[in-house]
Ligand binder design. Structure first.
Ligand SMILES: C[S@@+](CC[C@H](N)C(=O)[O-])C[C@H]1O[C@@H](n2cnc3c(N)ncnc32)[C@H](O)[C@@H]1O
Length: 203
């Protein structure tokens, strides 16, 4: 699949697009980006449930990409375009205000202070997301590392284009029903860690 299907479906950041709809056959009415999809459980679940959504999804871990390609092949999805590398390569490529949802689920924690700067959530990433997300678009972030939850909240809310939607602790302590468990999350729960599920909207 990696040799055959990936070259066909892979997003090419060197080919500019004006409209993400041109990447998908049929009628697609929303575009969602998943950053670091791991083994692809969330991506595949969402693609199955939302056939009218076009999924753009980046993950440098090739075994995860292979799993998603195999699901595309078996289930015949036509609404997933993977990118097998760093999401930063794509950020200038996305048209302005083109995304309806963005997922950053259980990003690598980089817990040591001196490694914090490697965390995927940064002021730079969030400023790109502010440009490429539509007004009213949702940014979903989950982590089981309390220090990363604080970090992510701070970086996202430092950008005035985003606001947090929670009204009640259940809004971030419980995974919404349209949000399946990922492999990383299952391991965190088995290890006794609790996840936070945080949703922001683009103004
Ligand atoms: C802890 S795992 C979580 C995977 C998945 N979201 C889950 O919940 O099971 C974090 C993932 O982010 C990916 N990742 C790290 N840096 C990335 C980057 N710059 N662009 C895209 N994905 C990245 C890693 O390869 C890894 O698979």
């Amino acid at each position: 699949m990696v040799e055959t299907l990936l070259p066909e479906l892979r997003i090419d950041p060197a080919s500019p697009v004006d409209d993400l709809a041109s990447l998908f056959p049929g009628s697609i009415n929303e575009f969602w980006l998943e950053i670091g999809f791991g083994a692809g459980e969330h991506l595949i679940w969402q693609a199955r449930k939302n056939p009218k959504v076009g999924f753009l999804a980046s993950e440098p871990y090739i075994n995860g990409v292979a799993k998603v390609l195999s699901a595309i092949h078996k289930e015949g999805f036509v609404n997933i375009r993977p990118y097998d590398d760093d999401v930063h390569d794509l950020l200038d490529w996305f048209p302005d205000q083109s995304l309806n949802k963005v997922f950053i689920l259980f990003p690598d924690p980089w817990p040591k202070k001196r490694h914090n700067k490697r965390r995927i959530i940064s002021n730079l990433l969030i400023s790109h997301l502010a440009r490429i997300m539509k007004p009213g678009a949702e940014l979903r972030f989950a982590s089981d590392i309390p220090d990363y939850v604080d970090w992510g909240m701070r970086k996202i809310l430092e950008n005035p284009d985003f606001y947090w939607t929670a009204n009640h602790p259940d809004d971030w302590r419980q995974r919404p029903i349209d949000w399946p468990e990922t492999r990383y999350e299952r391991k965190a729960t088995e290890a006794g860690r609790t996840a936070s599920y945080i949703s922001f909207l683009r103004r």
